[in-house]
Structures are given as C-alpha cells and as structure tokens.
Design a binder for this molecule. Sequence first.
Ligand code: ATP
Length: 348
Amino acid sequence: MTELSLRSITKRFGRMTAVEDVTLDIPDGTFVCLLGPSGCGKTTLLRLLAGLEVPSQGQVIVAGEDQTNVPSEEREFGMVFQSLALFPHLSVAENIAYPLTIRGRPKADVRARVEELLDLVQLSGLGDRRVHQLSGGQRQRVAIARGLTIDPKVFLLDEPLSALDANLREHMQVELRQLQQRLGVTTIVVTHDQKEALTMADMVIVMNEGRVQQIGSPMEIYRDPANAFVAGFIGTSNLLPCTLNDDRSIEVFGHRFEADAEDRIKGDPGSGLMLSVRPEDVRTEAQGTGPTAKVIFIRDLGESIQFVLDRDGHEITALYAPSARPDIRLDDEVGVSFAPGKRVVFPA
Ligand code: ATP
C-alpha cells in the first residue's frame, strides 16, 4: 500500500511559486531524502506533507485518505526541525515526553515510553539532564527521540544533521538509517548534502526551482541522471558538448565514439547535446586515440588520484585508483576516452 502520495501539489507565496506541480508516491517504510540546492522548495514540500502549510493546489493522500485539509496535529506525524526546537527549561526526559504530556497521557505510560526512547537513541541514564548539558550529537538524538514519541505514521526531518561537524554527521547518518530500519517507519529527510542523501536513502527526490527533477534510488540517480541538472548536482560529473549521430555514436571535440547499447541516450540525434560522464569513467592515455586534452592539475587524494584536463576551455576530470595510475604528467597532451556504456547524453 502506498503510504504517502502527493497529487499535483503547487504552493505559492504571493507571486512566488515555491513548489510546482509535484506528484509522487512514497511506499510504506521507505527512507526518502528530499535533495536540492538552497531555496528549491524542499522545506516547503516537507511542511506541506506535515500539514504546516496548505497547498495552493493539489492533494496530500495518506494511507489512501485525502488529508489535504487535515491540520498538522491530527496527522500523527513526527517532526524534527533544523533548529531542533528543544525546550531549554525542560529536562531531556521532559522534552521527549512533551508530545504525550500535551495529549494528557497517564504519567506511568509516559515514563515507560520515555525510557524506551532513551534506550533507542542510546541516551539511557541522561533523562534528568538539561539540554544545555548535552553535546551536539546528544541533542540531536533527543530531538529524534521526541519526534518518535507518539510512534508516528510518518517521520519528517528538516536538515536534522546540518549543525554537526563532519565526523559526527557521518556517524549520525548511519545511526539514523539503522534506527529507521529497525522501526520501519516511513521517513522523509530534507538535505542539501548529496552524500548524505546517497548514504541514507532508499529513494532520493531531487528538486530544483520548485520542481521535481528526478525520483530514484541513489544508484539510479548517480548512474542514470535524468538531466544535466541532476548530473551536475549529484557527485562530480563531466559535462561536455556533443553531437549524437543517427547510429547513436557520439561525437565529442570532433572524435567519434562507437555507440554502446548501455549508453543512456535522452535526446534525439543532432548537435547541441550534452555528454555526462563520471570522473571514474574517463580514461586518459599518453598515446590515446580519443580527442586530446592538456593535463592542468594532478591531485593525490590518498584513495584515488585526480587528473584535471583542459580541452578548449572545457574541464575534464579523471579519477584513478593509485594502483592504476597512468604515466602522465602535468602539461602533457593526452588522449581522452569515456567508458562505453557509462555515457549519458541529454539535451543541453
Ligand atoms: P534551504 O535549503 O535554503 O532551506 P529550501 O529548498 O528548503 O531551502 P524553501 O524554504 O522551501 O527552500 O523555500 C522555497 C522558496 O519559497 C524560497 O524562495 C523561499 O524564499 C520561499 N518561501 C518559503 N517560505 C515562504 C513564506 N512563508 N513566504 C514567502 N516565501 C517563502
């Protein structure tokens, strides 16, 4: 059963359209990341799901029922805001208990639930502390626990990890994912960090300028980007002008590459198209047969070596494992080729 669906959702603030004509289905138990640049409408979409905003057009369907006009407090969704919004004058336990206290649940039940949640987020024994006596990661866990207090149908989180330093953030990404898998709750996380999305999600929804650009698994989004925006936004991508011939061979800088059945072609034959290739799928050889480019930068990243090349003002990045390092140096003119089957062509 589909847990959550949006049907042609549009949200305008005055003349500004924050979310435009979004239709999607989120299956029960899925971990979704809403990903896109600042201002693309991620938070607005999350708030529409939560019932904190009413759409200008369209419907929000939860478990088969139209909930478009059901207020937030009746949706039984858990939420974690970017600011965490913890109450500084309450203890950790009181913060976690809050959603049940305001619903007037019996004290003994509330206490038992809080103990359960403290255990779940690995904060047992810290219930009496004040929020300011916790580390950033611990505060994050309190906010997550509080979002789960009512055993929500859907768990919504807006940039929950953005205030944490890089190491803790990575750790919490794994923790959040494991927690979600254990509980099986449909979870939607807003992030502008593509690595975070690829690490955690079953389903990534890429947005730009209020519109959904692509919905897919992390692998689909990375390997088969729907358009140049997604290719450029997710991971590093080389984007080069190309021409597509009728036999699906691809011409780049005057060199013709044979067609491969696995190449993803999203445009009609002609010029004015764009080739997208990941750095790990670019090959360079001193006496290569492809178009030539000049090595302008070499960077040793430890686990890989990056070569940046220039051809007519277009940058091409190639990535190699240290054991496969090609014998090329700075300022060399080298031949460039692109792994067959790993090439994506779309309209520019
Ligand atoms: P960020 O990553 O920076 O948080 P976002 O992708 O979450 O951005 P939104 O917060 O959804 O983006 O905003 C989308 C657009 O809608 C922005 O241009 C924003 O200025 C506008 N917007 C959001 N809320 C309101 C509001 N209450 N009134 C007017 N405009 C708004």
